[in-house]
Design a binder for this molecule. Structure first.
Ligand SMILES: [Zn+2]
Ligand SMILES: [Zn+2]
Length: 310
């Protein structure tokens, strides 16, 4: 087991926007509710029908999303009903949702979602691409340098404890299938985030994340089983292993980068606690999701989601 007390560095990490972003979003039930919002759900009964989650769980997560400022609750029909509307902070996650959807369609085409997104700005199918705001180039992992240790660290003590539902599966989801299992699992998302910034050895994962050894071993094994990582032995006596991300996992970089940016944009961090990602153009990376066809930023207002069959 890891140390019962978080280190000073882990404590500092808990105060960063990056930590907050992953704490809020990396939960399958939250992702399913946000998915339902993107697809037009507003009332409790819609969320119930659309997500298949238990009432108590929906109620818990809706309350949390309102408290965190992603959703607003307002009365409709002379106060007889309540509805939940995405606030700006919630709408700002839309580009991340587009990237998650695109990942799902690329890597799970056979069971992939029957949904198309159109960009009303140019009237073409919206294929999202991640660009650097400063230079306009596409963002690739090899072009990035990461600084800001604290913002990338995370102690397990910091996660908000949440009620969970057993038996969540892919039939609960409409558009996010596998990505909801990966990003919706806070430990998996954290390990992936650390791997994307260059951590590969078991001991370094343990040191940098503060995850309990049993959870770390379980998630790394699952990452190998599901084709996200390959394991290799780099030392024989005692045996030590390292984990390399597959192309499928590296493709989640844009999702992780936009989540980091969202956390830094919408949550206060102590001065000096910001994660700094530098692009090869020499400027701090501010990732922007754009439409591949016309190059304009992709947002909810100019995107139309169509559920199949068409
Ligand atoms: Zn750039
Ligand atoms: Zn466009």
């Amino acid at each position: 087991m890891s140390s019962p007390h978080p280190t000073a560095q882990q404590e500092a990490a808990l105060k960063t926007g990056v930590w907050k972003a992953f704490d809020v979003v990396c939960d399958t039930a939250i992702l399913l509710i946000l998915e339902a919002c993107w697809l037009g759900s507003r009332r409790f009964v819609d969320f119930e029908r659309s997500t298949g989650l238990q009432k108590a769980l929906i109620s818990d997560r809706l309350k949390y999303l309102v408290q965190e400022g992603l959703l607003a609750k307002r009365p409709v029909g002379n106060g007889k009903h309540q509805e939940y509307i995405l606030e700006e902070r919630g709408l700002a996650l839309f580009p991340t949702a587009l990237l998650m959807l695109a990942w799902e369609q690329k890597w799970n085409a056979s069971e992939g979602p029957e949904v198309k997104v159109f960009h009303t700005g140019c009237d073409h199918e919206l294929i999202p691409e991640l660009h650097c705001k400063a230079c306009g180039d596409t963002v690739a992992a090899k072009d990035l340098a990461f600084e800001g240790g604290n913002a990338f660290m995370l102690g397990q003590k910091g996660f908000v404890k949440r009620r969970r539902q057993a038996g969540l599966n892919r039939t609960n989801t409409k558009i996010f299938h596998e990505v909801a299992e990966i990003i919706g699992d806070r430990w998996m998302a954290l390990i992936l985030r650390m791997a994307l910034i260059g951590i590969s050895r078991y001991d370094d994962f343990l040191l940098s994340t503060g995850i309990a050894t049993n959870i770390l071993a379980d998630r790394l094994a699952r990452a190998v089983d599901t084709g996200l990582m390959q394991r290799s032995r780099y030392q024989d006596n005692p045996p030590r292993y390292e984990y390399q991300l597959s192309e499928k996992a590296r493709d989640l970089l844009s999702v992780v980068l936009t989540l980091i940016q969202w956390g830094q944009d919408w949550y206060e961090a102590n001065p000096g606690e910001h994660a700094v990602i530098t692009h090869s153009c020499g400027k701090t990376l501010h990732p922007v999701v754009v439409c591949q066809h016309c190059g304009d930023p992709a947002c909810r207002d100019t995107s139309r989601l169509l559920m199949g069959p068409y």
